[in-house]
Design a protein around this ligand. Sequence first.
Ligand SMILES: [Fe+2]
Length: 175
Amino acid sequence: MIKFSSLDWSKTLSVVQGSQGEVRTIGADFYENKDGRFDEIIKLWIDAGYTTNKVEWINFYPGKHFDKNIENLFAQEVSLNPIRSWISCVRPGKSAPWHQDIDDDLEIYQSKGDLKKYTCNINHPSHGQVFMIDKQCYYMEPRTKIIEWPDYMSWHGASNCGFENHYLYHFLGYR
Ligand SMILES: [Fe+2]
């Protein structure tokens, strides 16, 4: 069953568009990699020839860059308890190469219960913006459509060969 979010994403989007966000790229400053658990993936990227010029996405967090309540409201829409969520932005010419979302607090999340992950398309469909999870490619998806991940640890990636920023909302929760 296809689900849509009824939240006011245009408002959240305009808030985020007016804020700085946190840039992620391939460098040593990679977000939350204190014990080197992301090193294997970074090696895959470097071996494939990716550079900081190509690898980039910008993250925005509830309570920091946009209304914290969005997370709680979205959690209700998908009937889960929230763990974490964020908005990602891939700019034209940039990619988030194939990876798993491995962060330093993974064991804490896993201890909470049955983890589920969702992604919501929050901007209008725009040419050249692709998002892939496992064997599925999401392209020109309607705004507010909610994608359920096959597994919260699924491999995924995103690339933007279009002309506009590509914004997605990602949510991790548990039952
Ligand atoms: Fe990711």
